[in-house]
Design a protein around this ligand. Structure first.
Ligand code: NAI
Ligand code: MG
Length: 499
């Protein structure tokens, strides 16, 4: 792997942003945290701090919520036409695209992810999503409803913005997760307090600068950097917040629910996953192998939809595994900011330890190490793409979300779909799944039977701004993307007019 020289690889714009003193963005102004504390920002390629951001706490959340409340209840935002709102969201998309290289570099530095993936994935998806959602601004409608029992009313529904939204996002796709939440909320006319993950706060602050540059009214969008247990918890519990949207672990998702209880704010949750990939004997290896490798190793496996469990028919298992091993061993491991990098470091020491402990536990439980498993390099949080075979359903590596570049493999020998689908569905999660086969009928049957919010056929990761995304079971509540996301940020009001 390449030596972790990182900061020097930044372009001029990203370097300028890193050099700036970071502040919270509240009510259209930049302010330090009230208690003055800061959080170090760590470069996962070296483990060293290179920046710091304010440590916002409950008092900062109070200020930000008050600004969002005012902007929603009284501000110019509330009276803006849908067309003007849509234009601002579109403009934000244009600004994100104009600064795409800079945003990708900041994300690659802060999170460790490959800059090429950040540019073509995270950032490109984000500006396309902003434009997609900008289009919805002018198309959010109620219905006229003929009353069923014949009351003499003319009745219709209004679809109104839900109000002040607290949005709490994780570190794995920090910028993109923020935009997933911000874009539909703005399009629907809500106001926002965003809390990015403490590990990766930079791109949310850069997004706030772009919001300011686009010309959104003060208070519509606020960013408070801070820890989950303090700033995050205060936001989720705040009585003046109408809705909380969260992406992160299932464990914290449950805490968000508890916190939201006080004022029964609306809740949407995108949580963990343990997504299966099923390969039948008739699958095309040339299609399946790269798709599976991308399914598990993209973003170093720190992807909620990662295909982490592989069920492969024994007649094709050797071919698939040999191909996967060659693929894994050919991946270029290095610092995120190197455009050739395919595998960067994990985000933090904590994640590195967590994932390494899972690999160890899997081996202790009797799984076989097929490839990888070692730390790469001598500094930073690099882990080789890893494949464990001969796994069984009782192992922690098969049951729990690892959130690292670790594929667990089991074989099956039944041509029938039922037993393998039953195994695939044997999880507390239900975010995604995929099936590889050339039999069209079998593909549709498996797609129907998998308990998952998104299913891929002869591919694994399936996402698009127009396509609903979310989880069955403990993978979450609600769907983001598409019109479904607009539904998450609106409330329905029924109006009856006595005739
Ligand atoms: P986390 O769920 O603790 O963090 C996600 C976000 O929630 C961060 O912004 C954090 O500051 C905030 N948060 C933490 N505690 C909070 C609280 N009590 N109230 C409100 N907000 C709070 O995830 P973490 O600890 O970074 O990662 C642990 C595991 O979670 C990972 O190994 C992975 O398995 C899973 N995870 C899943 C993600 C997904 O996309 N589904 C994303 C990140 C983590
Ligand atoms: Mg946590």
């Amino acid at each position: 792997m390449n030596a972790p020289v990182t900061l020097q690889r930044l372009g001029a714009d990203a370097a300028r942003f890193v050099a700036k003193e970071k502040k919270l963005y509240i009510d259209g102004t930049w302010v330090p945290a009230m208690e003055g504390g800061t959080i170090d920002v760590i470069d996962p390629a070296t483990g060293k701090a290179f920046d710091r951001v304010p440590e916002g706490k409950a008092a900062d959340i109070d200020r930000a919520v008050a600004a969002a409340r005012k902007a929603f209840d009284d501000g110019p935002w509330a009276n803006m036409t849908p067309a003007d709102r849509g234009k601002l969201v579109w403009k934000l998309g244009d600004l994100v695209e104009r600064h795409a290289d800079e945003l990708a570099e900041l994300e690659a530095l802060d999170n460790g992810k490959p800059v090429t993936d950040a540019r073509n994935g995270d950032v490109a998806f984000s500006y396309e999503l902003l434009r997609y959602m900008a289009g919805w601004s002018t198309k959010i409608c109620g219905q006229t409803i003929p009353l069923s029992a014949g009351a003499p009313f003319h009745a219709y529904t209004l679809r109104e913005p839900v109000g002040v939204c607290g949005q709490i996002v994780p570190w794995n796709f920090s910028f993109m997760m923020a935009v997933w939440k911000v874009a539909p909320a703005l399009a629907a006319g809500c106001t926002i307090v965003l809390k990015p993950a403490e590990q990766t706060p930079l791109t949310a602050l850069r997004l706030a600068e772009l919001v300011e540059e686009a010309g959104f009214p003060a208070g519509v969008f606020n960013v408070v950097t801070g820890y989950g247990e303090t700033a995050g918890a205060a936001l989720a519990a705040h009585p003046d917040v109408d809705k909380v949207a969260f992406t992160g672990s299932t464990e914290i998702g449950k805490k968000i629910l508890d916190a939201a209880k006080g004022n029964l704010k609306k809740v949407s949750l995108e949580l963990g996953g343990k997504s299966p990939m099923i390969v039948f004997a008739d699958a095309d290896p040339a299609v399946a192998i790269p798709a599976i490798a991308y399914g598990i190793f993209y973003n170093m496996g720190q992807t909620c939809t990662a295909g982490t469990r592989l069920y492969v028919h024994k007649d094709i298992a050797d071919t698939i595994l040999t191909g996967l091993k060659a693929f894994a061993e050919s991946m270029s491991i290095g610092v995120g900011l190197d455009p050739k990098t395919q595998i960067g470091p994990l985000v933090s020491q904590e994640q590195f330890d967590r994932v390494s402990a899972y690999v160890k536990a899997g081996l202790a439980d009797g799984a076989k190490l097929y490839c990888g498993g070692n730390r790469a390099g001598t500094e930073g949080y690099f882990l080789e793409p890893t494949i464990l075979t001969e796994t069984t359903s009782d192992m922690s590596v098969v049951k729990e979300e690892i959130f690292g570049p670790v594929l667990v493999v089991a074989t099956f020998d039944d041509d029938d779909i039922d037993s393998v689908v039953k195994e695939a569905n044997n999880s507390i999660y239900g975010l995604a799944g995929s099936v590889f086969t050339r039999d069209v009928s079998r593909a549709h049957k498996v797609a129907k039977k998998l308990k998952a919010g998104t299913v891929g056929v002869n591919t694994h990761h399936v996402i698009d701004p127009a396509l609903p995304f979310g989880g069955f079971n403990q993978s979450g509540w609600g769907r983001e993307q598409g019109y479904e996301a607009i539904l998450l940020y609106t409330e329905v009001k029924s109006v009856g007019i006595a005739l």
